[in-house]
Design a protein around this ligand. Structure first.
Ligand SMILES: *Cc1c(COP(=O)(O)O)cnc(C)c1O
Length: 219
Protein backbone atom coordinates (compact mmCIF):
# COMPACT_ATOMS: atom_id res chain seq x y z
CA UNK A 1 0.00 0.00 0.00
CA UNK A 2 1.50 3.24 -1.14
CA UNK A 3 0.44 5.34 1.85
CA UNK A 4 2.01 2.89 4.25
CA UNK A 5 5.32 2.90 2.40
CA UNK A 6 5.32 6.71 2.48
CA UNK A 7 5.17 6.64 6.28
CA UNK A 8 8.29 4.51 6.10
CA UNK A 9 8.81 4.21 9.84
CA UNK A 10 8.01 0.57 10.43
CA UNK A 11 9.28 -2.62 8.85
CA UNK A 12 6.98 -5.01 7.01
CA UNK A 13 3.51 -4.73 5.62
CA UNK A 14 0.48 -3.63 7.65
CA UNK A 15 -1.77 -6.35 9.01
CA UNK A 16 -5.28 -6.29 7.59
CA UNK A 17 -7.96 -7.45 10.00
CA UNK A 18 -11.01 -8.41 7.96
CA UNK A 19 -14.02 -7.41 10.10
CA UNK A 20 -16.60 -10.17 9.77
CA UNK A 21 -19.46 -9.10 12.07
CA UNK A 22 -22.88 -9.85 10.54
CA UNK A 23 -21.26 -11.85 7.70
CA UNK A 24 -22.32 -15.49 7.39
CA UNK A 25 -19.67 -18.18 7.69
CA UNK A 26 -19.72 -18.95 3.94
CA UNK A 27 -18.74 -15.40 3.03
CA UNK A 28 -16.01 -15.36 5.64
CA UNK A 29 -14.74 -18.71 4.32
CA UNK A 30 -14.60 -17.21 0.82
CA UNK A 31 -12.53 -14.30 2.10
CA UNK A 32 -10.17 -16.69 3.87
CA UNK A 33 -9.84 -18.78 0.70
CA UNK A 34 -9.03 -15.56 -1.15
CA UNK A 35 -6.11 -14.89 1.20
CA UNK A 36 -7.43 -13.19 4.34
CA UNK A 37 -5.26 -14.33 7.29
CA UNK A 38 -6.82 -12.31 10.14
CA UNK A 39 -10.46 -11.73 10.96
CA UNK A 40 -12.17 -9.66 13.66
CA UNK A 41 -15.49 -10.28 15.40
CA UNK A 42 -17.43 -7.87 17.67
CA UNK A 43 -19.74 -10.21 19.58
CA UNK A 44 -18.71 -13.36 21.47
CA UNK A 45 -22.10 -15.05 20.95
CA UNK A 46 -22.18 -14.30 17.24
CA UNK A 47 -18.65 -15.66 16.75
CA UNK A 48 -19.61 -18.87 18.58
CA UNK A 49 -22.92 -19.24 16.76
CA UNK A 50 -21.27 -18.88 13.34
CA UNK A 51 -18.31 -20.95 14.54
CA UNK A 52 -15.73 -18.74 12.89
CA UNK A 53 -13.15 -20.65 14.93
CA UNK A 54 -13.69 -23.72 12.73
CA UNK A 55 -12.06 -21.79 9.87
CA UNK A 56 -8.70 -22.09 11.66
CA UNK A 57 -8.60 -25.83 10.94
CA UNK A 58 -5.54 -26.52 8.84
CA UNK A 59 -4.97 -22.83 8.14
CA UNK A 60 -2.95 -19.92 9.37
CA UNK A 61 -5.87 -17.75 10.51
CA UNK A 62 -5.87 -15.37 13.47
CA UNK A 63 -9.26 -14.61 15.05
CA UNK A 64 -9.39 -11.23 16.84
CA UNK A 65 -11.99 -9.94 19.27
CA UNK A 66 -12.61 -6.23 18.64
CA UNK A 67 -15.89 -5.66 20.52
CA UNK A 68 -17.06 -4.55 23.92
CA UNK A 69 -15.71 -6.20 27.03
CA UNK A 70 -18.18 -8.45 28.85
CA UNK A 71 -16.80 -9.59 32.18
CA UNK A 72 -19.08 -12.65 32.33
CA UNK A 73 -17.47 -13.89 29.08
CA UNK A 74 -13.79 -13.31 29.93
CA UNK A 75 -12.93 -16.99 30.23
CA UNK A 76 -14.78 -17.88 27.03
CA UNK A 77 -12.94 -15.13 25.19
CA UNK A 78 -9.56 -16.23 26.54
CA UNK A 79 -10.35 -19.78 25.49
CA UNK A 80 -11.46 -19.00 21.93
CA UNK A 81 -9.85 -15.87 20.50
CA UNK A 82 -6.24 -15.71 19.31
CA UNK A 83 -6.09 -11.97 19.92
CA UNK A 84 -8.12 -9.54 22.02
CA UNK A 85 -7.62 -6.07 20.56
CA UNK A 86 -10.23 -4.23 22.62
CA UNK A 87 -8.82 -5.20 26.03
CA UNK A 88 -9.36 -2.99 29.04
CA UNK A 89 -7.71 -2.91 32.47
CA UNK A 90 -10.05 -5.52 33.96
CA UNK A 91 -9.70 -8.04 31.17
CA UNK A 92 -5.89 -7.82 31.31
CA UNK A 93 -5.92 -8.22 35.07
CA UNK A 94 -8.16 -11.26 34.72
CA UNK A 95 -6.02 -12.73 31.91
CA UNK A 96 -2.80 -12.31 33.93
CA UNK A 97 -4.33 -14.05 36.95
CA UNK A 98 -5.92 -16.82 34.90
CA UNK A 99 -2.74 -17.57 32.94
CA UNK A 100 -1.03 -18.38 36.24
CA UNK A 101 -3.64 -21.09 36.90
CA UNK A 102 -4.49 -22.57 33.48
CA UNK A 103 -3.17 -22.19 29.93
CA UNK A 104 -4.85 -19.30 28.13
CA UNK A 105 -5.35 -19.58 24.37
CA UNK A 106 -5.20 -15.84 23.61
CA UNK A 107 -1.63 -14.88 22.82
CA UNK A 108 -1.97 -11.28 21.70
CA UNK A 109 -3.55 -8.39 23.58
CA UNK A 110 -3.99 -4.77 22.58
CA UNK A 111 -5.28 -2.09 24.95
CA UNK A 112 -8.18 -0.04 23.59
CA UNK A 113 -7.67 3.72 23.68
CA UNK A 114 -10.60 6.16 23.57
CA UNK A 115 -8.53 8.82 21.84
CA UNK A 116 -11.52 11.08 21.17
CA UNK A 117 -12.65 10.81 24.82
CA UNK A 118 -16.20 9.95 23.80
CA UNK A 119 -18.27 9.13 26.89
CA UNK A 120 -20.26 6.34 25.22
CA UNK A 121 -17.18 4.60 23.88
CA UNK A 122 -15.01 1.91 25.45
CA UNK A 123 -11.29 2.38 25.94
CA UNK A 124 -8.90 4.26 28.21
CA UNK A 125 -8.19 7.94 27.76
CA UNK A 126 -4.63 8.98 26.94
CA UNK A 127 -4.42 10.57 30.39
CA UNK A 128 -5.43 7.29 32.07
CA UNK A 129 -2.73 5.40 30.18
CA UNK A 130 -0.14 7.96 31.31
CA UNK A 131 -1.34 7.60 34.87
CA UNK A 132 -0.98 3.82 34.66
CA UNK A 133 2.51 4.23 33.18
CA UNK A 134 3.52 6.44 36.11
CA UNK A 135 2.28 3.67 38.45
CA UNK A 136 4.21 1.07 36.43
CA UNK A 137 1.02 -0.92 35.84
CA UNK A 138 1.89 -4.57 35.22
CA UNK A 139 -0.71 -4.91 32.43
CA UNK A 140 1.60 -3.12 29.97
CA UNK A 141 3.89 -6.15 29.98
CA UNK A 142 1.05 -8.27 28.55
CA UNK A 143 0.12 -6.09 25.56
CA UNK A 144 1.74 -5.61 22.17
CA UNK A 145 0.15 -2.25 21.41
CA UNK A 146 -3.03 -0.20 21.17
CA UNK A 147 -6.29 -0.21 19.26
CA UNK A 148 -8.29 2.97 18.80
CA UNK A 149 -11.64 3.88 17.25
CA UNK A 150 -11.87 7.59 16.45
CA UNK A 151 -15.15 9.56 16.49
CA UNK A 152 -17.32 8.78 13.48
CA UNK A 153 -17.93 12.46 12.74
CA UNK A 154 -14.31 13.56 13.16
CA UNK A 155 -12.76 15.50 10.28
CA UNK A 156 -9.68 14.25 8.47
CA UNK A 157 -7.49 16.65 10.41
CA UNK A 158 -9.00 15.60 13.71
CA UNK A 159 -8.54 11.90 12.91
CA UNK A 160 -4.94 12.49 11.90
CA UNK A 161 -4.29 14.37 15.15
CA UNK A 162 -5.84 11.57 17.24
CA UNK A 163 -3.86 8.87 15.41
CA UNK A 164 -0.70 10.93 16.02
CA UNK A 165 -1.59 11.19 19.72
CA UNK A 166 -1.91 7.42 20.05
CA UNK A 167 1.35 6.85 18.19
CA UNK A 168 3.11 9.40 20.40
CA UNK A 169 1.73 7.71 23.50
CA UNK A 170 3.11 4.35 22.39
CA UNK A 171 6.47 5.94 21.64
CA UNK A 172 6.54 7.46 25.10
CA UNK A 173 5.84 4.08 26.70
CA UNK A 174 8.66 2.50 24.69
CA UNK A 175 11.22 5.26 25.12
CA UNK A 176 10.49 6.65 28.57
CA UNK A 177 9.05 3.64 30.34
CA UNK A 178 10.95 0.81 28.67
CA UNK A 179 8.01 -1.24 27.31
CA UNK A 180 10.06 -2.14 24.25
CA UNK A 181 7.66 -4.89 23.06
CA UNK A 182 4.97 -2.32 22.16
CA UNK A 183 4.77 -2.07 18.39
CA UNK A 184 1.21 -2.57 17.11
CA UNK A 185 -1.24 0.24 16.41
CA UNK A 186 -4.67 -0.94 15.22
CA UNK A 187 -6.10 2.25 13.71
CA UNK A 188 -8.34 2.97 10.73
CA UNK A 189 -11.36 1.32 9.10
CA UNK A 190 -12.82 1.22 5.57
CA UNK A 191 -13.40 4.99 5.76
CA UNK A 192 -9.92 6.12 6.62
CA UNK A 193 -7.35 3.31 6.58
CA UNK A 194 -5.05 5.17 4.17
CA UNK A 195 -4.93 8.13 6.54
CA UNK A 196 -4.36 5.82 9.53
CA UNK A 197 -1.48 4.10 7.72
CA UNK A 198 0.12 7.47 7.03
CA UNK A 199 -0.12 8.17 10.76
CA UNK A 200 1.46 4.98 12.02
CA UNK A 201 -1.15 2.20 11.88
CA UNK A 202 0.39 -1.29 11.74
CA UNK A 203 -3.05 -2.95 11.63
CA UNK A 204 -6.20 -1.75 9.91
CA UNK A 205 -9.72 -3.10 10.54
CA UNK A 206 -11.68 -3.32 7.32
CA UNK A 207 -15.25 -4.61 6.92
CA UNK A 208 -17.41 -2.83 4.36
CA UNK A 209 -14.52 -2.15 1.96
CA UNK A 210 -14.15 -5.94 1.65
CA UNK A 211 -17.75 -7.22 1.94
CA UNK A 212 -19.85 -4.21 0.95
CA UNK A 213 -22.44 -2.60 3.25
CA UNK A 214 -23.51 -4.73 6.20
CA UNK A 215 -27.06 -6.05 6.49
CA UNK A 216 -28.54 -6.33 9.96
CA UNK A 217 -30.21 -9.73 9.54
CA UNK A 218 -27.32 -11.60 11.13
CA UNK A 219 -27.10 -9.46 14.28
C1 LIG B 1 -17.28 -2.73 12.47
C2 LIG B 1 -15.93 -2.30 12.95
C3 LIG B 1 -14.89 -2.04 12.03
C4 LIG B 1 -15.06 -2.11 10.54
O1 LIG B 1 -15.69 -0.99 10.04
P1 LIG B 1 -15.92 -0.84 8.45
O2 LIG B 1 -16.43 0.53 8.30
O3 LIG B 1 -16.89 -1.90 8.05
O4 LIG B 1 -14.59 -1.05 7.80
C5 LIG B 1 -13.66 -1.72 12.56
N1 LIG B 1 -13.43 -1.63 13.88
C6 LIG B 1 -14.39 -1.87 14.77
C7 LIG B 1 -14.08 -1.76 16.22
C8 LIG B 1 -15.68 -2.20 14.34
O5 LIG B 1 -16.64 -2.43 15.24
Amino acid sequence: MASYRRAGNLPGEPRIICVTKTQPLERIAEAVEAGVTEIGENYVQEAIRKDVFSLRQGRDLTVHYIGRMQSNKYNTMLHLFDAIDSSDENLLKHACARSLAVPVHTHEFLLEINAGEEPQKAGLTLARVQELAAERWEGFAAISGFMTVVPLQASTNMRAALYDDVRALMRELVEKHGYSQLRELSMGTSDDFELALEHGATMIRVGTAIFGARGTDCL
